[in-house]
Design a protein around this ligand. Structure first.
Ligand code: SF4
Length: 276
C-alpha cells in the first residue's frame, strides 16, 4: 500500500507525522519511507539515519563549439527557457541555471555547433533505521529542476518497494507534489486547526479530488485552535478525519530531540492503515 503524507502549507507537521507513522509501522510491517521534499529533505535527521549516496541526478545540457558557430542566433530563438542570450554579431551566451535540458537548441542549430554534456542537479540517498528503509532525493543548492530529482528518486525506489510505502511530499500543490501523490492508494492531508490551516486544507483537498486519490485528514496540534474550522471543511469535501495529534509536551520533546514521535494517536492511525 502506498500512502502520501501531504499538505499545502509548510510547517503543519508532515515530516513529523510521516516519520512517526513510518517508525511505528516498521515495527509491524516492512516499510519504506520516501522523502520527496527534495528542496529540504529532513526525515533522515528525525530518524537519526546516516544517509548513503546512491546516485547522482544529472540532466543533459548543451555544449557550444564556437569554432563551428556561424552566429545565426537560432539557438536563442528556439530556447523557451531564456537560457541563451544572443546579440547580433556575437557568439551566444549560455546560462546553465536557466536550462532544463530539452536540447531544442542542439536540434535547431544550422551549423551543428552544439553537442551534449551533463550537469548534476541533485543526488539520491538511502538509509536504514532497524526495519525502516528511507530513500530521499536532495536537490543541489541553487538548482530549480526539482522535478528531475523527484522522478529519479521515484525510479530508484521502484525495486525497493515494501508492504507499506509512505511518501512524504513537499508542501504545496505544484508539480513535485502531483508527481509524488498521483500513484498513491491513499493520501493523508495533514493540517492544523487555524484559519490558515483551513484555507490550505481546502486547496490540497481540491487537488486530491482532481487527481482522484482517496483522501483522509490528519489533524495536527488538535488540542489548540479551533477544530470546528477543519470539521466544516471535512464535511464539505466528505473526507473523514482519521487521526488527531494533540499539542503535547512529549511530542514537542521528541521533535526538539530529533526523534520520531511515539504516541497513542500515531498508533491509532497505524492500526487504521494496517486494517485497510
Ligand atoms: S537545452 Fe533547451 S533549455 Fe537548454 S539552452 Fe538548449 S533550448 Fe534552452
Amino acid at each position: 500500500m502506498r500512502i502520501a503524507i501531504t499538505g499545502w502549507k509548510g510547517g503543519t507537521g508532515k515530516s513529523l507525522i510521516a516519520t512517526g507513522l513510518a517508525n511505528t509501522l516498521s515495527k509491524k510491517r516492512k516499510t519504506l519511507l520516501l522523502d520527496f521534499d527534495v528542496d529540504c529533505p529532513n526525515d533522515y535527521l528525525i530518524l537519526s539515519i546516516s544517509p548513503k549516496k546512491e546516485k547522482e541526478v544529472k540532466i543533459k545540457i548543451p555544449k557550444f563549439n564556437f569554432s563551428k558557430c556561424t552566429k545565426s542566433g537560432v539557438c536563442a530563438k528556439v530556447c523557451k527557457f531564456n537560457a541563451i542570450v544572443f546579440v547580433k554579431g556575437r557568439y551566444p551566451i549560455f546560462i546553465p541555471d536557466q536550462c532544463n535540458g530539452c536540447m531544442a537548441c542542439k536540434i535547431a542549430c544550422p551549423s551543428k555547433a552544439i553537442s551534449e554534456t551533463e550537469k548534476r542537479v541533485g543526488t539520491v540517498y538511502s538509509g536504514k533505521n532497524k526495519n525502516l528503509q528511507l530513500i530521499f532525493g536532495d536537490l543541489k543548492s541553487r538548482e530549480v529542476l526539482s522535478e528531475f530529482v523527484v522522478e529519479e528518486t521515484k525510479n530508484f525506489a521502484k525495486s525497493k518497494e515494501k508492504d507499506f510505502v509512505l511518501v512524504d511530499t513537499a508542501a504545496g500543490t505544484h508539480c513535485d507534489v502531483i508527481s509524488a501523490v498521483k500513484d498513491c492508494d491513499l493520501a493523508l492531508a495533514v493540517t492544523e486547526p487555524t484559519q490558515l490551516g483551513a484555507h490550505d486544507l481546502k486547496l490540497i483537498l481540491e487537488l486530491l479530488k482532481i487527481l482522484k486519490v482517496k483522501t483522509k485528514i490528519v489533524l495536527n496540534k488538535s488540542t489548540i485552535g479551533d477544530k470546528k474550522l477543519i470539521e466544516k471543511i471535512a464535511r464539505k469535501f466528505n473526507v473523514e478525519i482519521i487521526g488527531e495529534i494533540p499539542y503535547e509536551k512529549t511530542i514537542l520533546d521528541s521533535y526538539s530531540k530529533g526523534e520520531p514521535i511515539e504516541h497513542s494517536s500515531i498508533d491509532k492511525i497505524v492500526k487504521y492503515l494496517i486494517k485497510k
